[in-house]
Ligand binder design. Structure first.
Ligand code: ZN
Length: 408
């Protein structure tokens, strides 16, 4: 008998999640439409929807009288179900945002961080911004649904521990424990590219896609693989470290932060673009980059190179194009293996997407199987450089969509 009850609870929880996900993906939608899509009978749907309404996750949003017959009451997600805090711990910055349940940003802050500073300093900086976020959120008079943290590297999501972040030189950092003690919230920790892939699926360009790849490009290159409608994690949860696939391991090649040579990301990450521009300046090519650096008293950065490219600077444009070709080689390998519907580029380098994408597409077409290439759409993330920050929000929202009864 006990097993029977457990099974019934399990089935109900699953159905509750199934219906909530459908409302999230397809709202506005009526109870009758939910019954058709799920194959569940109308009274079961009504009971499930009632529970989602009582939990404040769903509300009724007027009626639709466009079809024949009685106008149907439409359902949608209650964006005020609660607030979510998202933290993106980058290699050289920290971003924090507070959003509603649908990922709409209500407060945000980004600060540069020095990756050479010690770990505790960066954690203290993050804690301080989270405190500011929580103080700002108090004025909204809404409870918190949880906090998500996206970080580069391999993550033990069950225990909320960063296992290894090569570009930060960090190992075994228990972020979940550190920030749940500080905030008293449930804290979810996830790899930055996996988080961004989840954001594309819940809020972005891949809401209806079951097979797509997210490529995070910045200091490193990470991948989120969404296959058969689910994030693919691999045996230990570390799948998607695409930036460390070996392209060419010549002894003269730059050593990657992971300790190996010839990793894809060393040819296509943001340092590689900065190096390409530097090499051109060293041989005295004509470029407005030195003038922009002097005017703005700025080091050589991606936004500055983008600014030069926008002004028509050939050396800046060529540097992006070369890096785009290097990215395209990696993309070609990925689509040959996974045959995705979409491959989405996000993260700090997507700022220069208009210069990178044509080169990416050209190289992909040259190095992938033609039938596969024609089917894979290459897109820029609508969240651009914020893809993983919105990802940190999305992992909390995704948890609630999976376990609606965990709310209240
Ligand atoms: Zn590497």
């Amino acid at each position: 008998m006990a097993n029977f009850i457990t099974d019934q609870t399990f089935v109900r929880e699953n159905n509750l999640s199934y219906v909530l996900r459908l409302i999230h993906a397809r709202a506005p939608i009526s109870r009758a439409q939910l019954a058709v899509v799920t194959g569940l009978n109308k009274s079961t749907i009504s009971s499930l929807v009632d529970e989602l309404i009582v939990r404040d996750l769903v509300h009724e949003a007027g009626s639709n009288s466009s079809g024949a017959g009685r106008p149907a009451t439409m359902l949608e997600i209650n964006s005020h179900a609660g607030l979510i805090i998202g933290v993106e711990l980058g290699v050289d910055f920290v971003s924090v945002a507070v959003t509603d349940f649908l990922g709409k940003i209500m407060w945000r802050k980004r600060e540069d961080a020095n990756p050479n500073e010690d770990q505790q300093k960066m954690i203290d900086q993050t804690s301080r911004i989270i405190k500011e976020a929580m103080a700002a959120a108090k004025k909204k008079n809404l409870g918190f649904l949880g906090m998500g943290l996206a970080t580069p590297g391999t993550v033990d999501i069950k225990n909320g521990v960063l296992i290894f972040a090569p570009n930060l030189h960090w190992r075994n950092v228990p972020f979940g424990k550190i920030f749940s003690e500080q905030t008293k919230l449930k804290v979810f920790v996830e790899n930055d590219a996996n988080a961004a892939a989840t954001a594309e699926h819940l809020f972005g360009t891949a809401r209806q896609s079951q097979d797509f790849l997210f490529v995070f490009a910045g200091v490193g290159i990470g991948g989120g693989l969404f296959l058969n409608g689910k994030l693919y994690r691999g045996k230990n949860g570390y799948a998607g470290e695409i930036g460390h696939s070996p392209i060419m391991a010549e002894p003269s090649q730059t050593v990657c932060h992971c300790g190996n040579r010839g990793c894809w990301e060393t040819y296509a990450n943001q340092y590689s673009i900065i190096q390409r521009v530097q090499a051109r300046l060293e041989v005295k090519r004509t470029s407005i980059v030195p003038k922009l650096m002097a005017e703005q008293n700025s080091p050589l950065t991606i936004p500055l190179i983008k600014q030069a490219a926008d002004a028509g600077d050939k050396e800046a444009i060529d540097s992006f194009t070369e890096a785009g070709h290097a990215m395209g080689q990696g993309f070609a390998g990925l689509i040959n293996i996974f045959n995705p519907e979409k491959i989405i580029l996000g993260g700090p380098l997507s700022l220069a997407g208009e210069y990178l994408l044509p080169a990416i597409k050209e190289t992909m077409a040259r190095h992938s199987m033609p039938e596969i290439d024609q089917q894979a759409e290459v897109l820029l993330s609508p969240f651009g450089p914020d893809a993983s920050l919105i990802g940190a929000i999305a992992i909390v929202a995704d948890h609630i969509l999976s376990l609606p009864s965990a709310v209240k």
